[in-house]
Each structure stands twice: as C-alpha cells, then as structure tokens.
Design a protein around this ligand. Structure first.
Ligand code: GTP
Ligand code: MG
Length: 297
C-alpha cells in the first residue's frame, strides 16, 4: 500500500437492536457478528476489518447500551459497551430512524462526551415512507452535537454502506494497516462458531430463555475434508433444558442444522456439529462461570 493509506479503529455505538451488527456485517461482507430481532444479541467486543487499497478500518461492534443492571452478565455487557470509546479514532452513533428511546439518550450522551469525530448514522430507513421526520430529527440532534457527518442507511438492504465508508475513510489518520488484510476479524473460528450456534438459539427460543443461554466449544478439529465441532449449550435453569431440546429433540435438531449451515458457509468447509445441553444454575450472575464462558470483565 502507498504512503497515503489510512488506518484507524472505529467504534459502533447505539442502543440494543438499532442494527449495529447488521451494519458491521454489511461493511465487512461476512456474517461475522450475530443478528437477531431481539435486543441484547451481541455480548462481546467484535472486531471487523475492511481492507481496501485506500487503507484499513477496524470496526468495533459491541453490545448495545441498555439500562438493565440486574445481573452480572448485564453489567459486563454495559461495561464492554461503555469501553467502545477507549482507543478509537472515530465513533459511529447508530440510531433506528423509526424510533427514539431513553436508551438512545444514553448512547447520545456517550457520543457527545467523546473526544473525537462522531458520525451520526440513521439506520432502517427502508422502513420509513416519509422523510420529513428524518430531517427534523437530524436538525434536532445536530443542534445537540456537532457531528462530523450524517448518513442515512439501510444496513439490511445494504443501502448507504459505501457513503458511510467514504465518510469514515475521509476522517481516519494516515497510517499502515495494523491487521493482515486477508483477515476479516481477530476472533477465532471457535468463537465465530459458538456465536452462530447462539444466534440460532436466540432465534428459536422465546421470552427470557435465550438470555440465559451460553455456548462453549468443547472441541474443534479440522479433518481433511470437514470440521468436526462439539459444542455445549449452557442454560441457567433446569426447566430451560427441556425447552432447548424440545419435543423429541426438535428444537435442538433445528438449531443444530441451521447453525451447521451458517458455520460451514462462514468457514468455507463442510461441518459436523454435535450439540449437548447442560444446566449451570445461575451462571449469568456468577463471575467464575462468566469468565469460563469467555465474557470479558
Ligand atoms: N428493516 C430493517 N431492519 C434492520 C436493518 N438493520 C438491522 N435490522 C434488523 O434489526 C434487528 C436488530 O439488528 P442487530 O444488527 O442485531 O442490532 P444490534 O444493534 O447489533 O443489536 P444488539 O446486538 O442487541 O445491541 C434485526 O432484526 C435486523 O435484521 C435495516 O436497515 N432495516
Ligand atoms: Mg449486535
């Protein structure tokens, strides 16, 4: 790459469910971060790389900032979310163009106190039939903070992605890429596999159950023509175990088959996936279990 390339870390912030992970995936071009219609899907800091001739952006997707502080996992998630601002060159504040809530205020105040440029990104504009409200909201928020740029996106339809990338690149410092341009994340294949299994569990389970589910990869072996994965699903209450398994094992079977496809597609190889379920009572409020399951403190 030439001397004029740019490099920087860029944090994606916003309340749960605004589409941060969808946006990360759209920019990186891989199903890297898991996405569901439920708030609080993302539980980790996930780095996604965009490498181009003009430079490299390391995007950081984190859990959405939320108000619940009722157990140790939730407190950890908010800490990861708050730390997104540390060490980044630029922030993208993602909001849902159709809805503004108290939790958006939290994210807005984080953006306002950031000591660097912030790009305001209205997402989900495909759901709007009229643009008037969008312009009014843009004017209102621009009065509260001097945003470096404002973009209008549909992450799920991949509209506006190039505009956002142009705005980001234009504001990054000059520098050489820090990460190998062939990589799209710094996360391991094991981690990505565990997340894709958790994505299917979140999609297939209802009410509060998905929030008490964790996934641990017990073994991950590359054979000549396939990857063999054994994964353990941990539930926080014994009565949830039956719900994860389902009648005649139907739920677990569906989770396994969909996750297997997703992992095979991401890793580019056929996958054999075996799932087991175990109860670990109250793990979401137990620091030792959270450490063991890989949740950052
Ligand atoms: N219609 C529409 N839906 C979108 C768009 N972007 C994301 N979504 C949907 O919004 C929901 C939440 O998306 P996520 O990407 O998981 O949101 P998030 O901000 O990462 O959420 P957390 O991880 O919980 O903080 C999913 O159902 C997405 O399919 C969009 O541009 N248009
Ligand atoms: Mg997310």
């Amino acid at each position: 790459m030439s001397e004029k390339t740019r490099f920087g870390h860029v944090g994606l912030i916003g309340r749960p469910n605004v589409g941060k992970s969808t946006l990360l995936n759209a920019m990186v071009g891989e199903h890297l971060a898991i996405v569901t219609h439920k708030p609080q899907t993302t539980r980790h800091r996930i780095l996604g790389l965009v490498s181009e001739p003009r430079g490299q952006v390391a995007f950081i997707d984190t859990p959405g900032l939320h108000r619940r502080r009722d157990h140790a996992l939730n407190r950890r998630l908010n800490r990861i979310a708050s730390d997104t601002r540390v060490g980044v060159d630029l922030l993208v504040l993602v909001i849902d163009a159709t809805r503004w809530t108290d939790e958006d205020e939290l994210a807005m105040s984080q953006a306002c106190s950031f000591d660097g440029p912030v790009i305001l990104a209205f997402n989900k504009i495909d759901l709007l039939d009229k643009r008037d409200a969008l312009l009014a909201k843009t004017a209102e928020l621009s009065q509260r903070h001097d945003f470096a740029a404002v973009v209008y996106l549909s992450a799920s339809k991949r509209n506006g992605i190039k505009d956002l990338l142009d705005e980001v690149f234009a504001r990054l410092p000059q520098g050489e890429p820090l990460y190998d341009p062939d990589l799209f994340t710094d996360r391991s294949e094991r981690f990505l596999a565990a997340e894709l299994i958790r994505e299917q569990l979140m999609l297939q389970l209802h009410q509060e159950i998905p929030y008490g589910v964790g996934v641990v990869i017990e073994s991950f072996e590359r054979e000549q023509r396939r990857i063999v994965i054994n994964a353990l699903i941990v539930v926080a209450e014994d009565r949830h175990k039956g719900m994860v398994i389902g009648r005649q094992g139907q739920v677990l079977k569906r989770v396994g088959s969909r996750a297997r496809h997703a992992v095979a597609e991401l890793l580019g190889q056929p996958v054999h996936l075996a799932l087991h379920v175990k109860t670990r009572s109250g793990w979401i409020d137990d620091d030792a279990s959270l450490d063991e399951l890989g949740y950052a403190r």
